[in-house]
Design a protein around this ligand. Structure first.
Ligand code: PEP
Length: 266
């Protein structure tokens, strides 16, 4: 089977000073700056976006922001608009990350407003969804995923122009070192893909990249990424180590190349 395009994201979270960010970007440029497949997107903190853009501009690495505000502009002290992000070189944005949902208190409605504004501004969007540990234990994973997807995508047409990537990120696996098993992740991804098929169409579902996120490392990436419905990864902690992030990217690249040779051979 030919794989959809895959996206490996590096979410630096609230880490890196300006000097650290440009150093990390330069190291990534050396290691994986010419890798175009998978798409590789790094998400530095807001203050470092412009400087990182100048480091990676002539490479195949892409730039994203970790968040965006839901209004176009105006009296929203401290917030950052989609147009501002584009003006400093960002092409992507993450919305609905569990740290924003659970620590900052963002609702699905806020996520929806951010997502709509980002898509309409022409940013590519990574929409993160995922269940907590107690929700999984209560057998509510599918209910939670369907509810987050439904509310976050309310009023969103089948994405045209800008791209929409879904990141399945079980909350209990984020930053904990407790990765979902490949089977657990595959089951959730297959559910999300079926949901997208019901929401839009089989073609849209089949063509949408669904990333896994939650303690992805060089050691576990290949087995996760080899699952048929996993099209890339959103990587937090491990994305701050250039060598480790590069090996996750190369694991995905190897899988894409294997798929390509299977297709050519068939
Ligand atoms: C994330 O920040 O989206 C994430 C998955 O973090 P980590 O890889 O550290 O679990």
């Amino acid at each position: 089977m030919s794989r959809r395009s895959a996206v490996i994201g590096g979410n630096w979270k609230m880490n890196t000073t300006l000097a650290e960010a440009t150093e990390l970007a330069a190291e990534l440029t050396t290691r994986i700056g010419s890798v175009g497949h998978p798409d590789v997107v790094i998400f530095p903190p807001f203050p470092n976006l412009h400087a990182v853009d100048t480091v990676i501009r002539d490479t195949r690495l892409q730039l994203g922001a970790q968040d965006v505000f839901w209004a176009e502009k105006g009296a929203y002290t401290g917030e950052v608009s989609a147009a501002m992000l584009k003006s400093v070189g960002a092409r992507w944005v993450i919305v609905g990350h569990s740290e924003r949902r659970h620590i900052i208190g963002e609702s699905d409605e806020v996520v929806n407003a951010k997502l709509r504004l980002a898509l309409s501004t022409g940013l590519d969007v990574v929409l993160a969804v995922g269940e907590t540990e107690s929700q999984r234990e209560a057998n509510e994973t599918q209910y939670v995923l369907a509810s987050q997807l439904g509310r976050s995508l309310d009023g969103v047409d089948k994405p045209a122009g800008a791209r929409l990537v879904i990141a399945y990120e079980p909350v209990w696996a984020i930053g904990t070192g407790r990765t979902a098993t490949p089977e657990q992740a595959q089951a959730a991804h297959a559910f999300i893909r079926a949901w997208l098929g019901d929401r839009w169409s089989y073609e849209v579902a089949a063509g949408t990249s669904i990333q896994y996120g939650g303690s992805v490392s060089a050691a576990n990436a290949f087995d996760l990424l080899a699952q048929p419905d996993i099209d890339g990864a959103l990587v937090g902690g491990a994305s701050l180590k250039a060598e480790e992030f590069a090996s996750i990217v190369m694991a995905q690249r190897e899988l894409l190349e294997n798929d390509r040779s299977d297709t050519i051979g068939s």
